[in-house]
Write a protein that binds this ligand. Structure first.
Ligand SMILES: Cc1cc2nc3c(=O)[nH]c(=O)nc-3n(C[C@H](O)[C@H](O)[C@H](O)COP(=O)(O)OP(=O)(O)OC[C@H]3O[C@@H](n4cnc5c(N)ncnc54)[C@H](O)[C@@H]3O)c2cc1C
Length: 423
């Protein structure tokens, strides 16, 4: 990361352009206006929807209990009142840092004084040939609507990937009554973000709910059948080398950061756009936020992308403030949640370097009256938590993590002692 100079306060007649009308871009636009910036704000987004968030896309929207409008960040009237120049269905193609212009796919050239890149990511789609149009991925509202429709007529679904998106799609499809098989190449679910015991618990939850989960398994080939279904060959092979017949495949195999615009313009990128704690890229007048940004994080002790709702919102806000010339340090305690089969799972802080784990609540069995939180401690201090139906405890734990609290392990395990009384 290069040293950057603070670009100074933003003139009231300045032009700010934001690329990407997802969660980070929407919050950046709103923040500029709400914080008093009176100049021109242009928000360029290649989707047709106003700024929106994605968590419901694999849950209620996919299930059909909510519509896309429920994902919009701001009520229409509030959005209109912000007086943002929103350019829908327009893709930013070229960034000229010398001329300070952004050229769109229709040839429009937008001048900017400060630029905020919130281009997010796209689904990874490395899947074997032969699946053709039977294979879907899930990132956008349009993806969710298409998949929702296809789930209505499909009977047998294969999900590739035992990460968050794959698991949520599997859970939703089971709720819709489909036969679901999920293959995961690794030896456990969500291995990058969950400790082993919670991975195992999640595996049991899915199996109890009827998902056929196959670990250490990959798709080796697939062939389309005359009836429109797909025969999938797995590795290792199924019994007697038989194939798995499915109607639909969903690949949940991660995302790729949309950093091409930035890297072609010579901004420092490393699997995403590299920013400092003020959300500044290697160009002091250009900022980045959300899934596309590679930021330093003192809690994790490294730089990385935080693919989460919390980061998209908070970093979008931080980037806008920073673009206005305010002193900002964006260094969140990472927080992520997922909902599957009626269980709310939350991860907060850092859990990978723990030397002690303390559990509060009943382990129970999935479906029981479950409320459980695991505390991950290092040298006596709470570094992170994983909660199952324990949103309140996870919230209370944030302060304990932030202050480096080192409570007595027995008290921590005792659900009768409120967490907010600890230090
Ligand atoms: C299905 C799903 C479920 C999720 N569930 C959860 C959850 O339960 N909990 C949680 O914490 N997180 C969840 N997440 C993660 C969270 O939604 C993301 O971290 C968040 O959406 C990132 O916001 P963003 O603004 O950085 O990127 P995005 O929301 O992806 O927005 C980027 C926008 O920029 C557009 N764009 C890209 N390039 C250009 C260009 N050149 N010109 C114009 N526009 C461009 C993209 O099309 C997109 O509209 C989920 C994500 C998905 C996909």
């Amino acid at each position: 990361m290069q040293e950057t100079n603070n670009p100074g306060p933003l003139a009231s007649d300045a032009r700010v352009v934001i690329v990407g009308a997802g969660q980070a871009g929407g919050w950046a636009a709103r923040t500029l206006r709400k914080e008093g910036f009176a100049g021109t704000i242009t928000l360029v987004g290649d989707e047709s929807w106003p700024p929106h968030e994605r968590p419901p896309l694999s849950k209620s929207v996919l299930l059909g209990t909510a519509e896309p409008a429920s994902t919009h960040l701001f009520p229409d009237a509030d959005w209109a009142a912000l007086d943002i120049g929103w350019m829908a269905c327009r893709c930013a193609r070229t960034l000229d840092r010398q001329a300070r212009t952004l050229v769109l796919d229709d040839g429009t050239s937008l001048p900017w004084d400060r630029l905020i890149l919130c281009t997010g990511g796209r689904s990874r789609t490395l899947i074997p040939k032969g699946m053709g149009e039977n294979c879907e991925a899930l990132r956008t509202i349009n993806d969710a609507l298409r998949l929702r429709e296809r789930l209505q007529s499909a009977r047998r679904l294969l999900v590739i990937g035992g990460g968050w998106i794959g698991l949520e799609v599997a859970a939703t499809a089971r709720e819709l009554g489909l036969e679901v098989t999920l293959v995961e190449a690794g030896d456990r679910l969500c291995a990058r973000s969950l400790p082993e015991n919670v991975s195992t618990w999640l595996l049991e939850l899915h199996r109890r709910q009827g998902v056929r989960v196959m670990l250490n398994t990959a798709v080796s080939s697939a062939s389309k059948q005359p009836d429109g279904s797909v025969d999938v060959r797995l590795s290792p092979a199924l019994d007697a080398g038989s194939t798995l017949a499915v109607d639909l495949v969903v690949a949940g195999i991660g995302m790729i950061a949309n950093d091409e615009l930035a890297s072609a313009a010579g901004l420092e990128c490393a699997g995403g756009i590299v920013v400092d704690a003020s959300c500044r890229t290697s160009d002091p007048d250009i900022f980045a936020a959300g899934d596309v940004a590679v930021s330093p994080n003192s809690w994790m002790g490294c730089s990385g992308r935080l693919e989460s709702w919390q980061n998209a919102q908070e970093q979008g806000i931080a980037a806008a403030l920073s673009a206005m010339g305010r002193a900002v340090v964006h260094d969140p305690i990472p927080w992520f949640w997922s909902d599957q089969f009626g269980v709310n799972l939350q991860i907060q802080g850092v859990i990978c370097d723990a030397d002690q784990v303390v559990t509060r609540g009943a382990v129970g069995t999935p479906g029981d009256d479950l409320r459980l939180i695991h505390f991950y401690l290092r040298e006596g201090r709470i570094r992170g938590v994983v909660g199952l139906n324990a949103a309140k405890d996870v919230r209370a734990s944030k302060k304990l993590i932030a202050t480096g609290a080192s409570p007595d392990a027995a008290a921590l395990a005792d659900a009768s002692i409120p967490l907010n009384k600890m230090s």
